[in-house]
Design a protein around this ligand. Structure first.
Ligand code: BDP
Length: 728
């Protein structure tokens, strides 16, 4: 390169460094708590409204609240406002409970609606000065209120005439980590576990505190530390000390720790010969274990249990019911106020019935038979976290047993960390589905917030997507799913779109020219995954074991009910699983109006068509096109949406720092390849049954079906069975 040109480039690079707002690249570590300085036009009004911090009396939680205010305001406004115990000027921020802050007490606010965790944020006058009060009944509500107040600034809202009151609709808002004690994470795509078990309890990684801050900023108040496929070792004294150390870090942030408990623990880590829940020695063992845990961790949340599911031990090993097992453990933690979250994700290798029917069949007869401190944890759909499923028929069907919703934040079935899929839309779809359990308007949201059936306990759990990667989630956009889960757990009726907008503003930029296209991209992203992996109600078409990439042809493995061919049932006549009364009759598990709608091909929502019906290839869809043509068009549409996402993102480089921009760009490129791979492999395979031509304009698959069938990707992250290929 001529020297002149080199010099010219160097000069340009220097100039770019001076004018670029992105002199420092970002790695995503700050998540949505990225308190970067606001634009000039906001500095004045925000400094005026946050001119002074009036502290409350000391407590660990209030200290955390104050630290967050100082950090947040310091970042957003360039420097933190002074801390002064008296209101001396306009723009004071007064925070606390009536007990911890005389200034709050003197305002005589009506805090009844705030409950134990909610808060008020109000513009008030104190001693003739304009002030903002962040008040709550308990310290934790104050911390939540502080995060909300900072969010107002992060999303550039006015701070004038504030009159906000907010309280969570769901009591237990929990992240379930599927982290193993060896540091691996089942279905984890963000590196190793963030819990460094070996160096605990001595060393407390500062990251534990940042994790707690992120959770508390969303109102998440519980964390299950270990995998549902649990190791009994976590219940040994050595590990309980480590758990206690984490609990201590999380306590100021309102987060209780829970553990996944292996049902056979008494046999595995003590000398008992049985784990039979009706055996007195077994019950005594669990009571003693609970006592031991609560001595170390007085606010321990309780146990999450995966029993008699996918090879895990459980009460049925002793011919006892799930209620027998759950109740025995519930009795052990009840004296300490602990909970048992018993999972309803069960299906048996010996049961030849339709897999999606089995949980309902198992649990519905047990309604009302559980102790008051048991919550039954039900996945959003009856199969397994697919890109789209109808809601689980248990919602609304167990009025006498509190059901909690379990969703998967980590994207096991939606392209792991490299595919961009915003799940807020998926969860909103589930939460707003009408179960008709108590007539029209019986949404899943109302089931799980307890308002429909008067549950005494309410809960929601998300399978975490957090790992040791610098950006926490393995991709920048996957942070949005952690964020959306937390916001919906607080208020299950929030709109996915407004949650996405808040996240984009807090994480990237408030510029409408950025926010609008990125939110639009996020809102369509999950549907794109549905389209390119299998639309119209198809499900479970992915590769065995690691679940990455297509394998609709797969019929291998020990269990038919874990194979794609079991679910799509394609043949020369058509495709789909007949779950009507002429088939498995899974429709009968829904409330009568829903069952009647689903029984009929014509009234079944298109998005669930092949979930409930085996439909001829030439069936005329409402559009007038045949099923085959529409299916192909969905595959094409999925690819096109991803291409559009790439284009949108490519035009936004000036709004994003280079480091994050580059990773998102690279992942979108990968996603386009994946989408085409899914589309091509699926069309090649299904065309081998339909024998029909592609619609005009639709490209034939790039390779032969044999080619796609031979693709093998060993060592996909998160796979408990790795390495494995779908075909030898
Ligand atoms: C499936 C996962 C498996 C989990 C299981 C569960 O493939 O790794 O153990 O769910 O939820 O989706 O228990």
């Amino acid at each position: 390169m001529p020297i002149v040109r080199v010099l010219a480039l160097a000069v340009m690079a220097c100039a770019a460094a001076i004018v670029s707002p992105w002199a420092v690249a970002e790695d995503g570590y700050e998540l949505w708590l990225r308190y970067h300085s606001v634009e000039d036009q906001w500095i004045g009004p925000y400094r005026a409204a946050a001119a002074q911090i009036v502290p409350a009396t000391d407590s660990a939680t209030l200290r955390a609240a104050q630290a967050e205010l100082v950090r947040g305001l310091g970042g957003l406004l360039g420097f933190p406002p002074p801390i002064d115990p008296d209101v001396t000027q306009d723009g004071a921020i007064v925070f606390g409970t009536p007990k911890s802050s005389p200034a709050v007490a003197n305002l005589h606010l009506d805090l009844t609606g705030a409950g134990p965790e909610g808060y008020l944020i109000r513009s008030v006058a104190i001693g003739g000065h304009a002030a903002t009060v962040i008040a709550a009944n308990q310290d934790i509500g104050v911390l939540y209120g502080v995060f909300h107040f900072l969010r107002l600034m992060q999303t550039r809202q006015s701070l004038e005439q504030l009159n906000i009151s907010s309280a969570p609709r769901i009591q237990h808002r929990i992240l379930d980590h599927w982290d193993n004690l060896d540091g691996s994470v089942e279905r984890g795509y963000a590196g190793a576990s963030i819990w460094h078990w070996f160096t605990l309890p001595q060393y407390l990684d500062p990251r534990y505190t940042d994790y707690a801050r992120a959770c508390a900023s969303l109102g998440i108040n519980g964390v299950v530390l270990d995998n549902v496929n649990a190791s009994a070792v976590v219940l040994t004294p050595l590990y309980l000390d480590k758990v206690a150390a984490l609990a201590k870090v999380f306590r100021p942030y309102g987060i209780r720790v829970y553990l996944s408990a292996r049902f056979s623990s008494p046999v595995e880590i003590s000398s008992l010969k049985t784990a039979d829940p009706l055996n007195a020695a077994v019950a005594a063992w669990w009571r003693a274990k609970a006592d031991e845990i609560y001595r170390l961790i007085p606010d321990f949340g309780g146990f999450l249990v995966k029993a008699n599911s996918e090879g895990q031990p459980g009460p049925q090993d002793y011919h006892r019911t799930h209620a027998d097992g759950a109740n025995m453990m519930a009795d052990a933690v009840a004296p300490h106020g602990g909970l048992i979250m018993w999972r309803a994700f069960v299906y048996s290798q010996n049961d030849k019935n339709d897999r999606v029917k089995q949980a309902y069949t198992e649990f519905k007869p047990l309604d009302g038979k559980f102790r008051p401190n048991v919550l039954l944890q039900v996945k959003n759909g009856p199969l397994d976290f697919q890109p789209r499923e109808p809601v689980h028929p248990l919602f609304g069907a167990m009025p006498g047993t509190p059901l909690m919703l379990e969703v998967q934040i980590t994207k096991e079935y939606l392209g792991l960390n490299t595919n961009l899929a915003y799940l807020g839309t998926m969860w909103q779809e589930a939460l707003q589905t009408d179960t008709y359990a108590a007539g029209k308007g019986s949404t899943v949201a109302k089931v799980i917030d307890g308002s429909l059936q008067g549950y005494r306990q309410t809960g929601i759990a998300g399978v975490a997507n957090v790992g040791a990667d610098r950006n926490w989630c393995g991709s920048h956009f996957d942070q949005a799913n952690w964020y959306a889960f937390g916001r919906l757990a607080w208020d299950p009726d929030l709109e996915a779109r407004s949650i996405a907008a808040d996240w984009v503003r807090m994480t990237f930029s408030n510029d409408p020219a950025f926010v609008q296209p990125v939110v639009a991209m996020m809102m369509g992203s999950r549907e794109a995954v549905v389209d390119y992996t299998g639309a119209l109600g198809l499900a479970h078409l992915m590769a065995h074991g690691h679940h990455y990439g297509p394998a609709p042809w797969d019929a291998s493995g020990k269990r038919a009910d874990q194979t794609p061919v079991y679910f799509h049932r394609a043949n020369a006549e058509g495709i789909g699983f007949d779950r009507t009364s002429s088939g498995s009759n899974a429709v009968s598990q829904y409330a009568p109006p829903v069952a009647a709608m689903l029984e009929n091909l014509q009234t079944t929502p298109e998005k669930y068509l092949l979930w409930f019906h085996h439909v001829p290839w030439d069936y005329k869809m409402p559009s007038g096109k045949t099923l085959w043509i529409e299916l192909v068009e969905h595959y094409d549409q999925g690819v096109r949406t991803v291409q559009q996402m790439r284009k949108t993102w490519a035009g936004l480089s000036s709004y994003v720092d280079p480091e994050r921009f580059a990773q998102v760009s690279a992942f979108l490129e990968e996603q386009e390849r994946d989408a085409k791979w899914w589309r091509n492999a699926s069309i090649a395979y299904f065309q081998s049954f339909s024998k029909r031509p592609l619609p005009p304009g639709s490209e034939p698959p790039e390779h032969s079906l044999q080619f796609y069938e031979s693709v093998c990707i060993p060592y996909v992250p998160g796979d408990p069975n790795a390495p494995r290929c779908t075909r030898k």
